[in-house]
Ligand binder design. Structure first.
Ligand SMILES: [Zn+2]
Ligand SMILES: [Zn+2]
Length: 335
């Protein structure tokens, strides 16, 4: 029986020896790399809540001055934030989203919807989204940009895009981030996005989840594709099982052999992954997407869109308001 694979691509066969030393270009990985810096993520999140001035960021996040300076500089260099004088007048600079930065909103709300669904621990989600356009409570939904139907792993066909390829794997030590401490992620606010990032913000966990979407199930195959040390791989698989993302199944009795599969929760990570890919393709790939997606149901190339589940319109941060189900520990003075 042919093993059903979630993704199909002739160029990504597991026997491909390149995977031992080459890391595929991936728009999802590029996006995750930006968001999984804990302090950086917090800065962007507060910006979506309307925080604009240096002092405001500092007082709400209680972040060391140098760390904040560094993150704001990084985001302005990346073209995500811009520094400008307020349009309403005043001499103090503000940090605002560029179009590229505002576009990250789809990623934020896709991660939020995942966290609300799976990581709220039975409690109500910390934040209620209200779509001003339709005046409804809104649950973000990931859909195909062409036909606006939902997308799941089995309905998507993959092929290499113009930016396909890879680079030599960089030693882990070189890419270790200065601050990957996930414990700061839930600072100030209980947050479903932060909870989701606590899972995928770990680089290896993220890569393992991505391989699941390529149909990888078995230990040796993960290992050969990722070039990962066996102890790290067992640790991450174990962790993903504990987190409810994957499950371990016996597929052979004698000798006993196991494989891993995504749970329903794990498969639900697909939407956020596609949304992060869309952002990385649009803003970080220089117009050359590493991977092209085709939606089988409408038979068109597509990217992921995040829409309001009530009215179907694409979500824009300027058309949203929020109801917090928690108290902020500090007074937030934003307009
Ligand atoms: Zn479609
Ligand atoms: Zn709506």
């Amino acid at each position: 029986m042919a093993k059903p694979t979630m993704l199909e691509s002739s160029s990504h066969s597991a026997s491909d020896a390149r995977f031992a030393s080459i890391e595929r270009y991936s728009s999802v990985a590029r996006t995750v790399e930006i968001l999984s810096d804990a302090w950086g993520f917090l800065v962007l999140r507060e910006c979506f809540f309307g925080v604009r001035r240096f002092e405001q960021f500092q007082s709400i996040l209680q972040v060391p001055r140098t760390t904040l300076v560094e993150r704001l500089k990084k985001f302005t260099t990346l073209g995500i934030l811009k520094k400008q004088l307020p349009s309403t007048g005043g001499a103090r600079h503000e940090y605002c989203f560029t179009e590229q930065g505002r576009d990250l909103y789809a990623t934020m709300v896709a991660l939020l919807a995942f966290g609300d669904r799976w990581l709220a621990g039975g409690a109500q989600p910390p934040l209620k989204l209200i779509h001003k356009a339709c005046k409804c409570d809104c649950t973000p939904r990931v859909v195909c940009s062409h036909c606006h139907a939902g997308v799941d792993p089995r309905s998507v066909h993959y092929r290499d895009g113009p930016g396909a390829g890879g680079e030599e794997r960089i030693a882990e030590r070189k890419r270790s981030r200065r601050n990957s401490d996930v414990s700061v992620l839930e600072r100030i606010r209980p947050c479903s996005v932060a909870r989701t990032l606590q899972i995928i913000g770990d680089r290896w966990s993220f890569l393992v989840i991505r391989e699941f979407f390529y149909g990888v199930r078995r230990f040796d195959e993960f290992q050969s594709r990722l070039g990962i040390a066996t102890n790290i791989l067992s640790d991450r698989l174990q962790r993903l099982v504990e987190q409810g993302i994957a499950e371990k199944r016996l597929y052979q009795e004698r000798p006993k052999r196991y494989e891993y599969r995504l749970t329903e929760m794990g498969r639900d990570m697909y939407g956020p992954m596609l949304v992060m890919m869309a952002w990385g393709d649009k803003w970080l790939s220089g117009g050359k997407a590493p991977l092209k997606l085709r939606h089988r149901e409408c038979d068109h190339d597509f990217h992921a869109l995040v829409v309001c589940d009530k009215c179907g319109a694409e979500l824009d941060p300027r058309e949203m308001s929020y109801l917090l189900r928690y108290a902020l520990p500090v007074e937030l003075d934003v307009g």
